[in-house]
Each structure stands twice: as C-alpha cells, then as structure tokens.
Design a protein around this ligand. Sequence first.
Ligand code: AMP
Length: 194
Amino acid sequence: MNILVLGPQGSGKGTQAKKIKATYGVPHIATGDMLREMRELDTPLGRELKAVLDSGELVNDALMIDLIRDRLSRGDTLPGFVLDGFPRTMAQAEALDELLRELGRDLDVVFEFQVPDRQDLIARMLKRAAEEGRADDTPDAIRRRLEIYDRETAPLVEYYRTTRGNVVGIHADRSVEDVFHEIRQSLESVEARA
Ligand code: AMP
C-alpha cells in the first residue's frame, strides 16, 4: 500500500507514519529525518542543509526530487511505503507523479492531517523540540514553517483531491490512539477496494 501523509508540522503525521510502518511493515520515508542525518555531515552540503533547516525554509526542489527518486527506486518500497514530508511544493508533487508513473505505481491514499487550532500546533512543536532536543524547532523557525506550509504545501490537498480523489481527512487533534484507529479503519476500506 502506497500512502502519503500530508499535514503541517506538529500535526502528528510522523508519529502516525511510524505506527503505520510498525503495523503494516512498509518503510517510513521521512524526508526531514533524511535531511537531518545529512546535515550532520561535515561537507559543503551538510553545512548548507544546516543553514536551511535551522531557518525553517525549504530545501530546493531539485535536491529533494533526487533524494526521493533514489529512495523510491529501492526494492524495500515495492510492497508499499508511507511517505512523510514529501511533496511540499507543487513542483515536487508533479515530479512525484512522474516518478510514480515511471515506476508503474501510484498513491493509494493521501491522509490529510487536520489540526484546526494553530496555537495547538505551535504548542506541540515546542514540546517536541524540548523532548527531542531538535535544534531546528525554534519559535521563529516554527512560525516560518507554518507560513510556508499554508502557502506551498496546503494547496497540494486540493491537487490530490482533483487528480486522484483519494484524500482522506484525519482529525489529528485527538489522542495518538484515536487518530491511529481512524487511520486503520480507512486503510482497511482502501484494502477492501483494492
Ligand atoms: P520535517 O521533519 O518534515 O518537518 O522537515 C524538517 C525540515 O526539512 C523542513 O523544515 C525543511 O527545511 C526540510 N524539508 C523536509 N522535507 C522537505 C521537502 N520535501 N522539501 C523541502 N524541504 C524539506
């Protein structure tokens, strides 16, 4: 099953993606995690990534598209995957479509993580920053990421609604277990249709 999770930072999509991985045995492809790993390298790319990640801006599309092309071409994704953090721009979404076409695959479901209350999101991100010691989660970077989400990424929900009609809204402002229950129910009906 090929799953995409879309939603602002702090909406809990990473946590749910990990649970999907544990339950369904598909790899969790989290571009933020991949970039944070690459940031630690003492190379020009590592240093460039550090600056971009700390500011809350987006990494350029070309690099992201290469990264995903590489990752989705690996055999472990054949039974499926849960894609988390990509695409974030329309150019990335179009590149993903092209890549999936080449690979003869498609997204079975797009989960849209909805958290109506912005303050709630900011509080969750600050809590995570403290718990996980994530240096890129400063209040300024958090604000900037939400702005970028609204401008660049939120329109992708409409894009998938129009091109695929497979968007499922998730009430993400509830407990981890309640949210996962909703996801499982939805995946069961996707499986039943397949
Ligand atoms: P995340 O852990 O998904 O919130 O990602 C952390 C940071 O990595 C983001 O704020 C971006 O700077 C960068 N990033 C992750 N995925 C992408 C992407 N698909 N396109 C551009 N930048 C990304």
